[in-house]
Design a protein around this ligand. Structure first.
Ligand code: ATP
Ligand code: MG
Length: 230
């Protein structure tokens, strides 16, 4: 589904990603983990075309996208929720969701399963985005990325700053959408318990490159934990 090879990403003159390789198979939930500042968000921004990527390849379903504009990548079916969930606080939940339809060119409507996935959004559909809790805003941001029915959903730290009960709701929703729709999902995350619970495959980054990878079922949680904190 998604295949990154030899990726290099720069901020100005400084190289932050150094020849990274990462693949996401169709219908898998893949987590990219690593400490603060190792380049996790930059990897996702590279996939979205938001940063300078002079070298490497990013293939989506066999098509090279590394030189494409961000909006064209979205139209090809990449749904992206950036770190810090930038919903529109003055717009209602419903209006925020409708914005997610834009990549479909004004056509399409909000799928019914969105309400099943996130009951709280159905309940508060007329409430302003800014009046939701942090966890509800994260759910809204994920739902907004889903309404255009992407091929792959990319989430940047969906549990950051969110209370445990809502983290569980978000984890369950991610699992459900993966099962119901066979949606392929790539998640950047630092909360290891969450990662071990939901992922099929894990990549760990240090300073701009992958240092450990494997099927979640075959990796030792202790080893991953140790490497994250050493
Ligand atoms: N806009 C920018 N301009 C210059 N340097 C940046 C910019 N954004 C990030 N960096 C640097 O690039 C490196 C990787 O940052 P990135 O945000 O990708 O890390 P991260 O793994 O997502 O961290 P976190 O867990 O804190 O979100 C860091 O050293 C950071 O300081
Ligand atoms: Mg980040």
């Amino acid at each position: 589904m998604l295949k990154i090879q030899g990726l290099e990403t720069y901020y100005g003159e400084s190289r932050v990603i150094n020849g990274l390789d990462l693949s996401v198979n169709k219908k898998d939930i893949v987590c990219l983990i690593g400490r603060n500042g190792v380049g996790k968000s930059t990897t996702l921004k590279s996939i979205m075309g938001l940063v300078k990527t002079p070298k490497g390849s990013i293939m989506l379903d066999g098509q090279e996208i590394i030189r494409m504009k961000t909006y064209d990548r979205v139209k090809l079916g990449i749904g992206y929720v950036p770190q810090g969930r930038d919903i529109f606080p003055q717009m209602t939940v419903q209006e925020n969701l409708e914005l997610g339809l834009q990549p479909l060119g004004g056509k399409g409507k909000i799928p019914e399963y969105i309400g099943d996935l996130f009951p709280v959004l159905a309940k508060f559909s007329k409430r302003k985005g800014g009046d939701l809790s942090g966890g509800q805003q994260q759910q809204l941001a994920i739902a907004r990325a889903l309404v255009a029915e992407p091929k792959i959903l990319i989430l940047d730290e969906p549990t950051e700053g969110i209370q445990p009960s809502i983290i569980e709701d978000i984890g369950n929703a991610i699992k459900k959408i993966n099962q119901w729709k066979g949606l392929t999902i790539l998640i950047v995350e630092q909360y290891l318990d969450f990662v071990l619970k939901i992922s099929d495959y894990i990549y760990m980054m240090e300073k701009g490159n992958i240092v450990l990878e494997g099927k979640t079922s075959e990796l030792s949680a202790e080893e991953v934990q140790k490497k994250m904190t050493e």
